[in-house]
Design a protein around this ligand. Structure first.
Ligand SMILES: Nc1nc2c(ncn2[C@@H]2O[C@H](COP(=O)(O)OP(=O)(O)OP(=O)(O)O)[C@@H](O)[C@H]2O)c(=O)[nH]1
Length: 399
């Protein structure tokens, strides 16, 4: 590596940055773990959690539900993707024996909730208000343990999907065929084909063939889980075509081979240019982010340990031995651009940096537009709320 990320004192009172934080909404590295909290749906003691009835919360951040049978790997996925837990450590994760809801709200575009469903709980249980859960949900990830007998999981999947579809036909159904690290390549394909066939047959038998299920082979022991999560999240980003267009323009004018826009905390890529994604390239980018953050955590923080390992000045250049250069630059507080550049193109670094400057500005404008819309909706709903009389019938004070 020829250069490590620089760390300059953070600017304070930067209004634009505050706005950006609201738009992008990621928590910092330091508070990532704290913002993850445990909740218990049975006790209902989690007022700080997402308000299911608040349309604004889903406007700003799409909600993803992660469901599946016990021990299918839900907590492991969430810990590995959002908390940098090493896959081996998940062996020691404890199982819970009641409905359990956990919220993760530290990722840029995602309000992420995990629901564990023990066998005895079902949708006919009158105390289980599934309509409220599925309303406003962007994607439902259903995790199936591919190393186990998946018949029960398929039955549960069918029930979940049909119920969710009735309440909210706009949900994306994403099926993670998980723990495929234990399967041979042939077995992987056969398992995927079998699960795909059975799940769709069940839907066809119920006259619901219009429901689309997407399937992914995943494992926490490689990058497939990050890749799958990236695809799930991308489907929920309304600005995706604009982001892709901007990346296309940026790379074609800068002599760059490939560029990814990364959510740094989770290593989910929220957009890339239109050239095909090669898994190795993606893995290298993930590794680069890890290197940058790790070195920055060691050398980038202030003497008293304050500061963040990723800020406006974060950047890194890694020269590989195959005449390729990896170039990372900060885009927003929580997003980074990682590019693959040929050494000869990298000689024109000035041009790349100028184009990057324009790209960065354009990205900020894209989110500003969205934020304006969201703010005006928020204002409207606030006004409407205040117009409603109080519970005892007294009109509220005018604003
Ligand atoms: N081989 C392999 N094991 C995995 C993978 N993901 C999770 N596991 C293991 O599966 C076991 C169960 O994982 P959990 O994350 O606790 O599963 P869960 O769905 O949250 O389970 P509950 O909390 O009981 O609902 C753990 O021992 C994990 O180490 C994977 O991709 N491959």
């Amino acid at each position: 590596m020829s250069q490590v990320p620089r760390k300059l004192p953070q600017e304070e009172g930067d209004e634009e940055e505050e706005e950006e934080e609201e738009i992008v909404g990621l928590a910092g590295y330091a508070d990532g773990a704290e913002s993850f909290s445990d909740g218990d749906a049975e006790s209902g003691g989690d007022e700080a959690f997402l308000d299911f009835n608040d349309p604004f919360s889903t406007e700003v951040k799409p909600r993803i539900l992660l469901m599946g049978l016990r021990r299918s790997g839900k907590s492991s996925i969430q810990k590995v993707v959002f908390h940098k837990m090493s896959p081996n450590e998940t062996l020691f994760l404890e199982s819970t024996n009641k409905i359990c809801r956990e919220d993760v709200s530290n990722s840029s575009f995602v309000n992420f909730q995990i629901w564990d469903f023990p066998g005895q709980i079902d949708f006919f249980d009158p105390t289980f208000d599934y309509e409220m859960i599925f309303r406003g949900t962007g994607a439902l990830i259903f995790v199936i343990d591919s190393q186990d007998d998946y018949m029960e999981a398929l039955a549960r999947l069918h029930l979940t999907v049909t119920r969710a579809y009735k309440v909210n036909p706009d949900i994306n159904f994403e099926i993670f065929i998980h723990k495929v690290d234990g399967l041979s390549d042939d077995h992987k394909i056969e398992t995927q084909r079998d699960i795909h066939q059975r799940a769709n047959d069940d839907l066809a038998d119920a006259g619901l063939e219009k429901i689309h299920l997407s399937f992914y082979l995943t494992s926490i022991y490689d990058h497939s889980i990050f890749e799958a999560f990236s695809k799930v999240v991308q489907k929920l980003i309304p600005q995706l075509p604009t982001l892709e267009n901007l990346l296309n323009i940026f790379i074609s004018n800068s002599g760059i081979e490939k560029a990814f826009l990364f959510d740094v905390v989770s290593k989910i890529y929220i957009a890339t240019d239109s050239t095909p994604v090669d898994m190795q390239t993606y893995e290298l980018c993930c590794d680069m982010i890890d290197v940058v953050i790790d070195i920055s955590c060691i050398y980038g923080l202030k003497d008293d340990g304050t500061g963040t390992p990723y800020d406006k000045e974060s950047m890194a250049i890694i020269k590989l031995n195959n005449t390729t250069v990896l170039y990372l630059k900060e885009v927003t507080k929580f997003l980074a651009l990682v590019c693959f550049v040929r050494e000869e193109s990298f000689e024109r670094k000035g041009l790349i940096d100028y184009n990057f400057h324009c790209f960065r500005k354009a990205i900020q404008e894209v989110f500003e537009v969205r934020m304006k819309v969201v703010r005006s909706r928020k204002h409207q709903s606030h006004v409407q709320k205040n117009k409603r009389p109080t519970p005892n019938g007294t009109p509220r004070m005018p604003l």
